[in-house]
Design a protein. Structure first.
Length: 406
């Protein structure tokens, strides 16, 4: 009787996590904001909030989801022993945040913002591995259900919501929070679907899928950071499945130095500020800002919100560095950034033997944070990404165990 009760509580706990994730996704459309140039239109919260729920409901769910995830991982950690180290990383980074907050007199919750955003999806990863190890759950079925839900909601948005305005151009409407978050969710789904195709040894179908999905993201939304993340993953996958691509990649590598040299000659003809959407100007301003830092500032940062500044490009509002790595240094210090990097190197090492697909998925996500406010600080998208990573991780471990037995 006690055993049955424990099992039922375990499953109930996990089902609460799943339900909260579904609710978070479902009501994320209320977070979508119209740009200044779309002020004549009605926003989603005004036109489609039929239930009259708070606009910030999707974000507020996080205050329930995070403690539920922490408790699940803590109570059932023996089913995924690596989760103990994940919790240790969480504690260390949270303590650093608290120190930074105290030094700079910043609010407690504000100080913890990035750490909580980063760790919630990682704790979901741990939870999925725990649930699989304890119950032998077929994670693929759960993943496909979430994919179907996200695709269905994306279709609703395309036919019902306002177009998205990005870099002075109209693109397809989005459902999930913002155009960047929406695209990172789609990239995560495409990575998951492509892995299913890859495991079925369908090389030509995989190449066709990459071509169609990449074209859809490019034409439909043109969010460059999400496209770059996906492109890094595509290149790694094509390298695995196509000998022709390996040959072409080697040939391309020969000409890369020539392209770089050519770039030095033509760079004066290119407006880097415009091409980078103001990033180069912001990075220069960040160098100037960091030059004023003393040793304490370099170690622990200047606290939550110190990254937001005015620039000549974004003169109408304060903006962040457009690089999570720079933001971490500015607000939280070098120690925090180093531990953040070590955390993701640890996640990569979980497979023991380096797996290209699992590794490149994590590295491409990290790269999105180098050049922008990437997927890793967008919990809504990052939940979907880490669900995919959990499935890939479990599949890798199962194949490793099967090879070991033989």
């Amino acid at each position: 009787m006690k055993t049955t009760l424990k099992v039922n509580l375990f499953k109930l706990h996990f089902n609460v996590i799943v339900v909260l994730l579904v609710v978070k996704l479902l009501f994320s459309y209320l977070l979508v904001r119209l740009s200044y140039f779309q002020r004549h239109l009605k926003g989603n919260s005004e036109s489609y909030n039929f239930l009259g729920v708070p606009t910030e409901l999707s974000n507020s769910i996080e205050y329930l989801l995070l403690p539920v995830l922490i408790l699940f991982v803590f109570f059932y950690r023996k089913w995924a022993k690596f989760s103990v180290r994940i919790i240790l990383f969480l504690v260390i980074m949270a303590v650093l945040n608290i120190i930074t907050g105290l030094i700079n007199d910043v609010s407690f919750l504000g100080s913890l913002t990035f750490t909580l955003k980063i760790f919630s999806p990682i704790l979901l990863f741990c939870s999925l591995v725990i649930y699989h190890n304890k119950t032998d759950l077929d994670l693929k079925k759960l993943l496909i259900r979430f994919f179907k839900l996200c695709i269905f909601l994306t279709i609703i948005a395309i036919f019902q919501f306002n177009p998205t305005f990005n870099r002075l151009t109209n693109y397809l409407p989005v459902y999930f929070d913002s155009i960047h978050t929406h695209n990172y969710i789609l990239v995560s789904i495409f990575i998951g679907v492509s892995y299913f195709i890859y495991r079925n040894n369908k090389s030509y179908q995989l190449i066709l899928f990459f071509a169609i999905s990449f074209a859809f993201l490019l034409i439909g939304y043109n969010v460059r950071t999400a496209l770059i993340m996906y492109l890094i993953y595509i290149i790694a996958m094509l390298f695995l499945v196509s000998d022709l691509f390996k040959y072409l990649l080697v040939k391309l590598a020969i000409f890369v130095p020539l392209f770089i040299i050519l770039g030095f000659f033509v760079k004066s003809e290119v407006d880097l500020t415009e091409v980078s959407s103001g990033r180069t100007t912001m990075y220069a301003d960040k160098v100037e800002q960091l030059s004023t830092y003393n040793l304490k500032d370099w170690l622990f940062g200047r606290g939550y919100g110190s990254d937001l500044i005015y620039t000549d490009v974004w003169w109408w509002d304060k903006k962040g560095a457009h690089s999570d790595f720079i933001t971490f240094v500015v607000e939280n210090g070098v120690i925090y950034l180093l531990i953040f990097i070590v955390l993701f190197m640890y996640l990569i090492s979980l497979t023991k033997k380096i797996n290209i697909i699992y590794t490149i998925t994590i590295l491409s996500a990290l790269f999105s944070g180098i050049i922008s406010n990437g997927v890793l600080v967008r919990p809504l998208a990052n939940y979907v990404l880490f669900m995919v990573l959990a499935y890939i991780y479990i599949d890798i471990k199962q194949r490793q165990n099967l090879n070991y037995q033989h």
